[in-house]
Ligand binder design. Structure first.
Ligand code: FES
Length: 115
């Protein structure tokens, strides 16, 4: 599909997040430490919304089972560590998945995402 203009930069100040829809995708934009990231808005494990997920050590941590996904690459740094014991069992039966990420750029006062 290519690059798509999704939001004015002014609508996403440092520390803010926004969910945008592009075609059939729901994308979470995060302005964190001077960088704008675009990731799938739902966890690849069981689809929990990630809009309020914490960011720890450069990873977005799912609020439900605490899988942690690298903000740059989407790779799972931890896979279903929560709750203890049960999480490990769930992790053993569901194969690890990365969080889809999308390149971003700022141009003409807008945030663009490559889909
Ligand atoms: S729903 Fe996110 S880790 Fe389970």
């Amino acid at each position: 599909m290519g690059w798509v203009k999704v939001l004015a930069v002014a609508e996403l100040p440092e520390g803010q997040r926004a969910v945008v829809h592009v075609e059939d995708k729901e994308i979470l934009l995060l302005h964190h430490d001077g960088q704008i990231y675009a990731v799938q808005s739902k966890c690849p494990h069981m689809g929990a919304p990630l809009k309020r997920a914490k960011i720890e050590a450069g990873a977005l941590v799912c609020p439900v089972h605490r899988s942690a996904f690298d903000l740059q690459t989407g790779d799972a740094k931890e896979w279903i560590p929560w709750p203890p014991v049960v999480g490990k069992l769930m992790g053993a039966v569901s194969s690890e998945k990365a969080l889809p990420t999308y390149p971003t750029r700022i141009e003409e006062g807008s945030v663009w995402v490559e889909i």
